[in-house]
Design a protein around this ligand. Structure first.
Ligand SMILES: *[C@@H]1O[C@H](CO)[C@@H](O)[C@H](O)[C@H]1NC(C)=O
Ligand SMILES: *[C@@H]1O[C@H](CO)[C@@H](O)[C@H](O)[C@H]1NC(C)=O
Ligand SMILES: *[C@@H]1O[C@H](CO)[C@@H](O)[C@H](O)[C@H]1NC(C)=O
Length: 392
């Protein structure tokens, strides 16, 4: 009896030791060959994605007259002089400066082949080629050749808005004066209104932020980067969405915490408000700067100022007219960043408010402003976001 027991135990120990050794061995192998495995997966990905490839081809074919000019990869290489002049880098790939054969300048965005299933590519082609508005970038062409995908836009000489709005706080002059800031804010509002209005389909951008606003030679703003955009039927006001998309600091609370309301065009309105507040303040709303002790949340601060009818102390204001303009931009933004989506104005209302008189604007309800804590901002992991709200 005892012998049988010890025999079984012996076998059992052997077995479990074997299992542990095997697992460890497998893990070690996985670790050492991770590069190879990834590459293999990538190859497999492209083989099994012949279907995906066909889908995109079918989509482009259906698009027919909508789809802009198609270029092959060697043409893309030639127009960018073998990707010599890099303009920038984003999550979806790199952007290079290029020249078309007729001499006009273009920005060529080369998408990472591996990310996603070509969704961003389709999103961009489908969204932008449907649009024609002075405040939306125009797509001049695209390239789709196996895993080589590129989007070709008109070149914007002044680059992205981001470059112009954040500056040293000691500086008393702004890079962009108030008349231009106002013009830019109004232009983006008009562009967004156009995207949201649509005829049969409306376009929700889901990634409005200074980085994605381009400026032409006259500082006319153009909304760009439709990689996260969603086309939806005009009828459906609430969009179903898997996973959060957007950028911390601009992302609407309902996208992260679904119990706050449905995701809709109002989510873009929120991002727009956050962006305009940054333009007004010349700084990030959530300042992750050097001074860790005085972390103040700029929108909170502005709301209190307006409520107490105090000076906003914004830099670069030259006269009464600019003062009024700045106050108007702040008021409108505070409406836009309301936590409850139904309290936010539509983009056409935003345009109307910006163009109207300051006196006709009502004070937004005292909001529970949504302020992500520093740890949330630092982690930049949208998925693991805590839903925190703080009272003003
Ligand atoms: C790319 O397109 C150009 C012009 O349409 C053509 O001359 C060239 O042969 C094409 N290259 C490849 C590799 O298909
Ligand atoms: C060059 O061609 C592109 C499209 O092929 C067109 O949009 C652009 O206006 C042209 N530029 C000039 C200077 O003709
Ligand atoms: C904006 O673009 C125009 C035209 O290329 C250029 O002359 C101007 O210097 C640019 N402005 C800034 C501030 O970069």
């Amino acid at each position: 009896m005892f012998n049988l027991y010890s025999l079984i135990m012996h076998d059992f120990t052997l077995l479990s030791t074997g299992a542990v050794l095997c697992t460890v061995g497998l893990l070690v192998l996985l670790f050492f060959f991770r590069e190879k495995i990834l590459r293999y997966k990538c190859l497999r990905f492209w083989e099994s994605n012949a279907e995906d490839h066909q889908n995109i081809e079918a989509f482009l074919k259906n698009y027919g007259s909508y789809a802009p000019k198609r270029y092959n990869y060697s043409e893309v290489k030639r127009m960018t002089s073998c990707f010599k002049n890099k303009l920038g880098q984003g999550g979806y790939g790199s952007v290079y400066k290029g020249t078309l054969q007729n001499g006009s300048h273009v920005a060529v965005k080369v998408l990472n082949g591996l990310k996603g299933n070509g969704e961003e590519f389709i999103n961009e082609v489908a969204s932008i080629s449907r649009t024609s508005h002075v405040n939306v970038v125009s797509l001049e062409g695209f390239c789709f050749e196996g895993c080589k995908r590129a989007l070709i836009y008109k070149f914007m000489p002044n680059g992205s808005l981001e470059k112009f709005i954040y500056e040293e706080r000691s500086d008393s002059v702004r890079q962009l004066g108030w008349p231009i800031l106002y013009k830019v804010a109004l232009g983006i509002a008009r562009g967004l209104e156009y995207l949201h209005r649509g005829c049969t389909t409306r376009i929700l951008h889901f990634d409005i932020k200074p980085h994605n606003i381009l400026l032409d030679e006259d500082f006319c703003p153009k909304i760009s980067d439709f990689g996260l955009a969603k086309l939806c039927m005009k009828k459906e006001s609430i969009v179903s969405m898997l996973g959060a998309r957007g950028t911390i600091g601009y992302i609407a609370p309902e996208i992260v915490c679904r119990n706050l309301g449905g995701v809709s065009h109002k989510s873009d309105v929120y991002s727009y408000g956050m962006m305009v507040l940054e333009m007004v303040g010349g700084r990030k709303n959530v300042d992750v700067g050097v001074d860790r002790t005085s972390e103040i949340y700029f929108p909170h601060w502005l709301y209190q100022r307006i409520e107490l009818d105090e000076e906003l102390q914004l830099i670069g204001i030259m006269n009464e007219e600019e003062k009024e303009c700045a106050r108007k931009m702040v008021m409108v933004s505070l409406w836009c960043i309301q936590t409850d989506p139904s309290n936010r104005p539509s983009m056409s209302k935003v345009v109307e408010m910006l163009e109207g008189k300051l006196d006709s604007l009502q004070m937004p309800p005292k909001p529970y402003l949504y302020s992500p804590s520093r740890s949330e901002v630092d982690s930049l992991e949208v998925g693991s976001y805590q839903c925190s709200r703080s009272n003003v």
